[in-house]
Write a protein that binds this ligand. Structure first.
Ligand SMILES: Cc1ncc(C[n+]2csc(CCOP(=O)(O)OP(=O)(O)O)c2C)c(N)n1
Length: 724
């Protein structure tokens, strides 16, 4: 079925009155514009390409060949925003950015892959493996050689990262670290008007303005493409201007996205302003949404016919056509020739790519994840730089020293989070680092976990090695999408062309004696355990803590690994294991590296294997001593890594005794023991098996906490039962 806007365009152009003839295309299209006739023709070409890609998406879909129909129709004015930027300015784009993408591609002569951007988008629509950014994993606007960083379609989730990119380009330059973008780059990110209400967007704008308020360089252009509606829900008239037009520290520009002359003029002023002042600005681009939200959307269900057709008048492609006819010396027939020629070109390519191969096996789909993990497992920290041995340290002291080593070894390493600098962290883990390495490397952030993780995402892309801190595990959860949906997916959806190196330090788990209650004793790791491709470190003892931190930094640096490093708060300052004054939970700084995914085994007992991690390690070691007194010889396996689990080590140690008890301080549901039990079953472990875990509960205040947290008595009882 023909699209109404397609017919409308052809009819409307056919009815245009011819303007004055004009032979010279190098002069301004209108006296007030910096755009020449040729510039407008170039923009028109990008707009036409974008429009015909949308039409082709539906054509492909109707033949069962295309899989994605969210289009850019009505938003093609964003081509003028691209024209106002340099192609070296990093772009994190809204999903209606066909015009921007094609225009940017046209700015780069001789694309490094030599590919045709129309074809690339069509390959994406067909999920073809030839698609150059995601390799058939998603339809995204992204190209490394165009500095377009691919985005997920979780609206606004890319904005914290954009803030991080804008911040980090300057910071990397200051630290003398190579970055993919020039020092004077303007970062651009775009979003829809409904998305502008998302707390992620509001938070990103706040983070940017908060930084700029303090004089920190933050050259970021937010582009809000305001079509007045989000799927079926209208944005109140004037809302975007009302909420962003008068914000302290946010320069506001407004333009008509249907009019390339206005859009280009205002966008140029906005971009120049950001580049000059190194501060954030907000470009409010008024657009229309043509052809509904997506191909499957029945727009007539929630908009009147008059509302729908009323937008046709503001079709940016039609407006540019009108401009070229009125002032550019093109006849309506010539415009229609361009229109039809672009249609033929796009459909021709669509026919060619429609049958191309798609990802056909789980191995092919998962290759970036597999390779990323293999590289992480192979990563080793630099040797020789830091001597081991010396005074025995606590877990907190050991992490502190490892962080100092990482800062020394990696000039691009940054430590940031809530209270990490001046105070040195709630528990003193980062004490002294700000003084030693300075405020450019170790700094306090605003109180917003999305901002902390988003900054880390951007810093990693800019060539830095971010080590953000989440003050308590409970607070990771209100920002988890920055890890789950953004950081962890980037290698997958860019076929590893973009990576998100970072080591997120998270203080967590229960049993701590200082602060009580759930939020300081959160023991839920389910939101992390199922994320493909990330590494989760969970050290228990001081020497492992340092070695594992250094391994994580190495994996992030060399393989782009996103590492979550879970710190057991209750063990930070512990010195003793069995008896007061035994100092058995202290250890000298390590000399040996601890590779990703390798467990540590204590003892070689032959009656029972206890598999545990975190607080469970010293608890199990104490129980093992009690069992030894009862004639039960036990070995205790510390997993050390919750992802990837050290499966080979688990299976080997379990088979060695034939009786295995999994000791898990996290919740019974979604907790770590589920993974350990599954690994044993999957690997045909045939021995006796049991587990003890904490209750499926939040942690209450006071001693009541101990009623739901796993206890040593429970471990001992389970061990005796298993060995009786
Ligand atoms: C976090 C999140 N919630 C919900 C959605 C589903 N969703 C996709 S697009 C959309 C509307 C976005 O509207 P707007 O920001 O105005 O952009 P437009 O599509 O109009 O260009 C919604 C709700 C999503 N992608 N992400």
């Amino acid at each position: 079925m023909a699209e109404k806007i397609d017919e409308y365009f052809v009819d409307a152009v056919g009815a245009l009155a011819a303007g004055a003839t004009r032979a010279d295309r190098s002069g301004p299209i209108v006296a007030t514009s910096a755009l020449t006739v040729q510039n407008v023709l170039d923009l028109f070409d990008s707009q036409l390409g974008s429009r015909h890609l949308d039409l082709a998406a539906r054509w492909l879909r109707s033949r069962g060949k295309g899989f994605y129909t969210i289009g850019s129709s009505g938003h093609e004015g964003n081509a003028a925003v691209a024209a106002a930027l340099r192609y070296t300015d990093p772009a994190l784009l809204h999903y209606r950015s066909g015009g921007f993408f094609l225009q940017r591609a046209s700015q780069v002569s001789g694309l490094s892959t030599g590919s045709n951007p129309l074809r690339d988008v069509l390959l994406g629509l067909c999920a073809a493996t030839d698609e150059p950014i995601s390799g058939g994993r998603h339809k995204v606007f992204g190209r490394r050689d165009l500095n377009v960083i691919p985005q997920t379609s979780t609206i606004a989730s890319h904005l914290p990262r954009a803030v991080g990119v804008a911040f980090s380009i300057g910071r990397a330059a200051k630290l003398g670290v190579d970055t993919p973008w020039p020092r004077d780059a303007v970062t651009v990110c775009s979003l829809g008007d409904a998305s502008a209400n998302h707390s992620t967007a509001v938070g990103a704008v706040n983070t940017a303005t908060h930084a700029a308020y303090q004089g920190l360089p933050l050259p970021l252009l937010f582009v809000c493409e305001d079509n007045g509606i989000g799927i079926s829900t209208k944005t109140p008239t004037g809302w975007i201007a009302a909420s962003f037009g008068n914000r302290a520290g946010l320069e506001y520009f407004a333009a008509d996205g249907s009019d390339v002359v206005d859009a280009h003029g205002v966008a140029t002023r906005a971009v120049d302003w950001v580049r000059k002042h190194r501060k954030p600005a907000f470009l409010h681009l008024r657009t229309v949404r043509l052809m509904g939200h997506a191909g499957s959307d029945v727009e007539a269900a929630y908009r009147t016919p008059a509302e729908i057709t009323g937008d046709y008048e503001r079709d940016p492609v039609l407006r540019t056509a009108g401009l070229l006819v009125e002032y550019g010396g093109l006849s309506p027939a010539e415009i229609l020739d361009c229109y039809e020629a672009k249609r033929s070109e796009v459909i021709g390519i669509a026919e060619e790519v429609a049958g191309l191969p798609q990802l056909a096996s789980a191995a092919a789909v998962m290759r970036p994840l597999h390779d990323a993990l293999a590289d992480a497992i192979a990563a080793r920290p630099p040797t020789g730089a830091t001597p081991g041995g010396g005074e025995p340290l606590t877990v907190a002291q050991s992490i502190n020293r490892a962080l100092a080593d990482v800062l020394t070894e990696h000039p691009g390493a940054l430590i940031f989070g809530e209270d990490v600098a001046r105070k040195g962290g709630v528990y003193g883990v980062t004490r002294g680092l700000a003084q030693k390495f300075g405020p450019a490397r170790v700094f306090d952030t605003i109180l917003d976990e999305q901002a902390i993780l988003g900054s880390a995402l951007g810093a990693g892309l800019a060539g830095l090695l971010p080590i953000p801190e989440i003050q308590y595990l409970a607070y990771l959860h209100n920002a988890a999408d920055q890890i789950r949906g953004e950081g962890a997916t980037l290698q997958f959806f860019s076929d590893r062309q973009y990576r998100n190196p970072m080591v997120v330090r998270v203080a967590g788990y229960g049993y701590q004696k200082g602060f009580g209650g759930h939020f300081h004793n959160d023991n839920a790791v389910g939101a992390l355990r199922d994320i493909p491709g990330i590494v989760i470190a969970s050290p228990s003892r001081p020497d492992d803590a340092a070695a594992m931190m250094r391994t994580c930094a190495a994996a992030a640096h060399t393989a782009g690994t996103l590492c979550v490093y879970l710190e057991p708060i209750a063990l930070y300052h512990v010195r003793d294991l069995h008896d007061g004054g035994d100092d058995q939970w202290l250890a000298p700084y390590p000399t040996e590296a601890v590779p990703v995914g390798r467990a540590r085994t204590y003892g070689d007992g032959s009656d029972l294997t206890i598999v545990t991690f975190g607080n469970g390690v010293p608890m199990s070691l104490r129980v093992a001593r009690r069992l030894e007194g009862a004639g039960i010889s036990t070995r205790v396996v510390d997993l050390r890594w919750l992802a990837p689990l050290p499966v080979a080590d688990i299976v080997r140690e379990a088979n060695a005794t034939g009786r295995t008890l999994v000791v898990d301080e996290t919740r019974a549901s979604g907790g770590v023991s589920e993974g350990v039990l599954a690994a044993l079953v999957d690997n045909s472990y045939a021995g006796a098996l049991a587990r003890v875990a904490s209750e499926d509960s939040f942690i209450p205040l006071g001693d009541a906490a101990l009623t739901v947290l796993l206890s040593e008595d429970q471990i001992e009882a389970a061990a005796r039962k298993l060995t009786s």
